[in-house]
Design a binder for this molecule. Structure first.
Ligand SMILES: Cc1ncc(COP(=O)(O)O)c(C=O)c1O
Length: 476
């Protein structure tokens, strides 16, 4: 095992962990899987803690996909020649597997293939019938690809409103959101939020979907960070639109995401253009076009078709491993990690880290974001923490993770400070931004767990965190 710690202390810490998190035993099969199907991690000595950035694939997924490609002949789908028909069948099979995975009825939901979650979000943003009198409501805590929809909404005259989240836990302000959901009238209105924050790991209540729909909102649920380690049951939670990327779920393939949408919600969208693959009929002289019925109307040009069978294989792999088992494992390891990190104190008694978001496992996932503080109480630059981690083969992520709202609230950067920074700049580099907000950290350190995480991974990370103890920030 490629850890950088004394095996004795690792073994006794794991024993203690197992006593306190007895459910962990039910996930032991994942240790065997890690040794067999993810052996490259330990062979190369990696501590991988960036599952919210990207999941890891099992060797068997890649082999099965390669075997399929080597044994069959596939052509560009959507024609009636034999190789094209074979591919069309595989593409439709992938759509069915995705719907089954999320327990979505095919009469109610359709799968639109996109390049990634951002592609799914853009499809909704550019085609949603925003108009004067209409609304786009979104939470502070959102990925930039959800924030970016506000530009489409504003360009079409809709009102854009942010629903706040409250530090230190960074959960939604339920009273404010309840009031905001009363906004708007008959014009179309879209509410967007993440099922799990890619910044803080907070799981925002799925119950907001039905509450918002009852007030006339179409709901866009960004499931990109939630779906890899939590069951999303679309027969129980029925958002109008769901965005996700498959590399986050199963590591392979990259380059494929999906918009899973209610057929009735797709019918409300008005695409700003048509493209090859999206139309039944288009005419140059007649200056007319007719979209396909269903998901194909949203798939511009040729799909990433050879990768789609690999999506189905990846999801079947997750099903075989058991999403509930993955969830339990990540929850146990996150609980221990949070306890161990928040217990670390300098000799002065000052805490080593400040976690942004909940410090227990209640309604949170396996994404833990924090800053390291020196014994002098000053934060250690997150970029420096990353450099030190890199030197130990620990893959973590630093910055704001494309979630500026979560970051600004967590780091205490006010609207006034931001406005005065932005007013003088027509363009801005990240270094200029850092100088502008002066003595505050512009980012944080994020570690995230997933399917192949082990106790040794989190233990090694906490051991690494200990190396910052009793140093002033400038001495690190
Ligand atoms: C919550 C969330 N939404 C959307 C995205 C965007 O995903 P992609 O970069 O695959 O488009 C991410 C990526 O990290 C995410 O975590």
């Amino acid at each position: 095992m490629a850890t950088h710690t004394a095996p004795d202390s690792l073994a006794s810490a794991e024993e203690d962990f197992c006593r306190r998190y007895p459910e962990y035993e039910t996930t032991r099969a994942l240790d065997q899987l890690r040794a067999a199907d993810y052996a490259r991690l330990d062979r190369e000595g990696h501590i991988y803690l960036d599952y919210t950035g990207g999941g890891l694939y099992a060797e068997t997924q890649v082999r099965a996909h390669q075997a399929l490609l080597l044994s069959r002949t596939f052509g560009n789908p959507h024609s009636s020649n034999p190789t094209s028909l074979a591919m069309t069948e595989a593409v439709e099979g992938a759509r069915r597997t995705i719907l089954e995975f999320f327990n979505a009825a095919p009469q109610e939901y359709a799968v639109v293939f996109t390049a990634n979650a951002s592609g799914a979000l853009k499809l909704v943003g550019e085609a949603y019938p925003f108009q004067p009198g209409g609304n786009y409501l979104l939470t502070f805590d959102n990925h930039n690809s959800v924030n970016g929809i506000r530009e489409f909404a504003r360009a079409k005259g809709a009102t854009v409103t942010y629903a706040p989240v409250l530090p230190p836990d960074l959960r939604l302000d339920a009273a404010k959101l309840t009031a905001l959901l009363k906004l708007g009238g008959r014009e179309p209105k879209l509410f967007a939020y993440p099922a799990q924050s890619n910044f803080s790991g907070v799981q925002h209540e799925l119950g907001w979907v039905a509450r918002a729909q009852a007030q006339g909102w179409d709901v866009l649920l960004d499931a990109a960070a939630f779906a890899p380690t939590n069951r999303l049951d679309l027969a129980a939670v029925r958002p109008d639109f769901v965005s996700l990327s498959f590399y986050k779920l199963c590591g392979y393939p990259t380059g494929v995401g999906a918009l899973i949408a209610k057929r009735s919600a797709l019918a409300k969208l008005r695409r700003p253009w048509f493209a090859g693959g999206t139309i039944e009929v288009a005419s140059v002289q007649g200056d007319k076009f007719y979209f396909h019925e269903g998901p194909e109307a949203f798939e511009d040009g040729t799909l990433n078709y050879l990768s789609l069978p690999a999506v189905a294989m990846g999801l079947r792999h997750l099903q075989q491993v058991g999403l509930d088992r993955i969830h339990t494992r990540v929850q146990c390891l996150t609980g221990w990690l949070l306890e161990a990190l928040t217990a670390l104190r300098h000799a002065t008694g000052a805490p080593l880290v400040r976690v942004y978001g909940p410090t227990t496992t209640v309604a949170r996932g396996g994404t833990v974001t924090f800053n390291v503080y020196g014994a002098d109480g000053h934060f250690v630059d997150h970029r420096l923490v990353e450099q030190r981690a890199n030197a130990r083969q620990i893959s973590l992520r630093t910055g704001c993770f494309c979630n500026p709202g979560g970051g600004e609230l967590a780091l205490g950067i006010s609207a006034e400070e931001l406005t005065s920074c932005f007013i003088t700049h027509s363009r801005m580099t990240i270094d200029e931004f850092r100088r502008c907000i002066d003595d505050k950290s512009t980012g944080a350190v994020r570690v995230s767990l997933g399917l192949a995480s082990t106790f040794a991974d989190v233990y090694t990370f906490v051991d690494f965190a200990r190396s910052f103890l009793n140093k002033r920030a400038a001495e690190v």
